[in-house]
Design a protein around this ligand. Structure first.
Ligand code: PLP
Length: 416
């Protein structure tokens, strides 16, 4: 089969493809894997119960079910959902937004495909622009989304060693000024893969930087506030006229409904709505109909505060204890400060092999993790650190995560 340039780029053996293939093997295969890769959220009983009750309510409410599954909605999203969300965000955070500032996409992954390609590549005057990722590592899912080659630039962060086994990345602002031809600035907060939460000060400075370049600041809030609230420290969400804030229904427990949400200036929303129409006609309705009453009543905020946030916080800290049981005295390691998201980011400081090689050795022991290299796209310089880290998802079954970590300890011990 002969493919176009676009065809070749999108079918290449990308990091995100191997991640999803691993995920598929773990879910569908006959072999048992200790699944510490992938981005599945936890199945939290109280939350699952809520979705089940809501589905029953929809089924029993006249023709609501038929309308939900039997009608294309608009290419912007479901109007009651848009109104409920605009109301919640204005009430909670005092943002000056209306439903015209919100678009739903079929997953926030798709939203980023649109946004990245709207703000990088070749412009009508022939100039070329790039997406600036001010702090590397960043979400693996962006790495292969640009249609044009060489469209990303990212910066090595500063590393604060908090104690012997905890560190944190910070943006090195001295690196940003020298980057030219920026089409947009992009961060995830909380960050996938590290669990970093950029400080309010870092965000304010990034926002001022983007504004001074007259480009949007894309903030990927897939794990943040007001939902799913997988954030363990005091942090406020951030929005402004030039900020494009992305949210998702996935990490609250509905990854299968494939709904992402973008909050932005009206011209960005119109552009996303047009893109939705071309690529998918309309957005999937099921997640929006399930969520609408919880958003309208504000109940979703209590669910996050009372159930979701504590659940992940407890799991993250417990997993750190298991890691220290498995690795203390075995190798020199450090874990990124766990501030949010579903992941822990482990830095092995003196392994005799790369974490790419470690990934294969772990796979032989039926443990799936994600090697760090995939998350360091857009760097101009080589950096040894990119072969020294792995990402683990701690949201799976407790016993599975724990055994996976024991096996990581065993494999690392054999190597040391
Ligand atoms: C930071 C981040 N952004 C976006 C996505 C895409 O999520 P979805 O398309 O399920 O909304 C993910 C998924 O893992 C993510 O971690």
């Amino acid at each position: 089969m002969e493919l176009s340039r676009f065809g070749r780029k999108i079918t290449a053996k990308t990091g995100i493809l191997s991640l999803m293939e691993d995920l598929g093997k773990a879910v569908a295969g006959t072999k048992r894997y200790y699944m510490l890769g992938g981005g599945n959220p936890a199945l939290i009983p109280e939350v699952c119960d809520l979705w089940r009750r809501r589905m029953r309510e929809i089924l029993d409410n006249g023709d609501q079910f038929e309308k939900m599954i039997g009608r294309y909605d608009t290419s912007k999203g479901n109007q009651p959902f848009l109104e409920a969300l605009a109301g919640l965000l204005s009430r909670e955070y005092g943002w000056d937004i209306s439903p015209r500032n919100i678009a739903v996409t079929n997953g926030s992954q798709t939203a980023f495909y649109f946004l990245i390609n709207m703000f990088c590549g070749t412009y009508p005057d022939g100039s070329r622009k790039k997406i600036l990722f001010p702090i590397s590592p960043e979400y693996i899912g962006y790495a292969d989304q640009s249609i044009e080659e060489d469209s990303f630039v990212s910066c090595i962060p500063m590393i604060e060693q908090i104690d012997t086994t905890t560190f944190k990345y910070h943006i090195d602002f001295s690196k940003l000024d020298s980057v030219d031809n920026v089409g947009a600035v992009c961060v995830s907060r909380p960050t996938n893969p590290t669990g970093n939460v950029l400080t309010g000060d870092e965000l304010t400075r990034l926002s001022a930087f983007a504004d001074s370049r007259k480009v949007p600041l894309l903030v990927d809030n897939a794990y943040g506030l007001p939902f799913p609230g997988i954030i363990f420290e005091d942090a406020q969400p951030f929005w402004d006229k030039h900020v494009v804030l992305s949210m998702s229904l996935s990490k609250i427990g509905l990854p299968s409904v494939r709904n992402g949400i973008v909050v932005a200036a009206e011209e960005v929303i119109e552009a996303l709505s047009a893109s939705n129409a071309v690529l998918s006609l309309a957005t999937g309705n099921i997640g929006q109909v399930i969520m609408e009453p919880f958003i309208a009543s504000g109940e979703i905020i209590d669910l996050c505060k009372d159930v979701i946030t504590p659940y992940y916080r407890t799991r993250a800290y417990r997993t750190i204890e298991w890691i220290s049981e498995a690795l203390d005295g075995v190798c020199e390691y450090s874990i990124h400060k766990a501030q949010g998201a579903l992941f822990l980011w482990l830095w092995f400081k003196n392994l005799p092999v790369t974490t790419g090689e470690l990934y294969y050795r772990l796979k032989e022991r039926d443990v799936l993790v994600i090697p760090g290299r995939h998350f360091f796209f857009g760097l101009a310089e080589e950096w040894k650190h990119r072969d020294e880290c792995i990402r683990i998802n701690y949201a799976g079954h407790e016993a599975e995560v724990r055994e996976g970590i024991v096996r990581i300890g065993e494999v690392v011990k054999e190597l040391s």
